[in-house]
Design a binder for this molecule. Structure first.
Ligand SMILES: CC(C)(COP(=O)(O)OP(=O)(O)OC[C@H]1O[C@@H](n2cnc3c(N)ncnc32)[C@H](O)[C@@H]1OP(=O)(O)O)[C@@H](O)C(=O)NCCC(=O)NCCS
Length: 197
């Protein structure tokens, strides 16, 4: 099956034709713990407009024949919204040196097949081409005893360390979304992970 998978990287306005596929994948995958995101198209349009409006944004896509089964995004941090820039500004890290990695999503049946390393490789290559000095992403911080955590859930921390990232818990952004089991959107703490290129 792996032979049929195809991975491509697109940039800037070439992302536009894939935005609705990306939104659909995000809504499906982030409904799971730890994100528990009750996705809707209006929120997606707003969130993804940052990427579609930027000439330097990056989208990595995985195709199984004609179907998009995974995607991963990145953008120079200077073009991201202020909530993601603020922790860096507060810590005197130059926003212009940072390439921000957005989400990585794979449909469940395509996980565990070593696709993730391509997401990092493609985005880190784009970051180097751009002239960034480091790549960074953030992940939602959940309580260890969160009752919504599935018994089978495996944290990704050791996987991110495997790919050369280090957690900087002092860099924290607060990002708003609505969870599946509540009525109102609320801010969630997001901890940053960094890698020097
Ligand atoms: C995140 C996601 C894209 C990763 O894809 P995946 O198929 O699960 O991961 P892969 O199997 O490709 O890669 C895992 C890597 O970590 C390594 N690994 C696995 N378990 C590990 C552990 N306990 N410690 C260290 N490394 C580990 C694997 O060997 C592999 O590395 P390699 O390719 O260099 O051998 C996928 O799980 C997903 O879509 N999850 C839901 C959405 C999500 O949480 N996204 C991330 C935040 S946006």
């Amino acid at each position: 099956m792996m032979n049929e998978l195809r991975i491509i990287r697109v940039k800037g306005r070439d992302i536009l034709p894939f935005i609705s596929d990306l939104a659909q994948l995000r809504i499906q995958v982030f409904r799971e713990y730890p994100y528990l995101y009750d996705g809707d198209v209006a929120y997606e349009e707003h969130y993804l407009s940052t990427y579609s409006a930027c000439e330097e944004s990056v989208l990595v896509l995985v195709f199984d024949n004609k179907q998009i089964i995974g995607a991963s995004t990145a953008i120079p941090l200077e073009f991201e919204v202020m909530v993601f820039k603020k922790p860096f500004i507060d810590h005197q890290i130059s926003v212009k040196d940072v390439f921000y990695l957005g989400e990585s999503v794979l449909l469940p049946k395509y996980r565990g097949k070593k696709i993730y390393k391509h997401f990092f490789h493609e985005r880190e290559t784009a970051a180097k081409e751009y002239g960034a000095k480091l790549t960074a992403f953030c992940a939602v911080k959940r309580a260890k005893d969160d009752i919504r955590r599935p018994k089978t859930y495996q944290e990704l921390d050791s996987v991110w360390e495997h790919f050369g990232y280090k957690k900087h818990a002092d860099l924290c952004a607060y990002f708003k979304w609505k969870e599946i089991d509540v009525n109102e959107a609320s801010d969630k703490p997001m901890e940053f992970w960094l890698k020097n290129l």
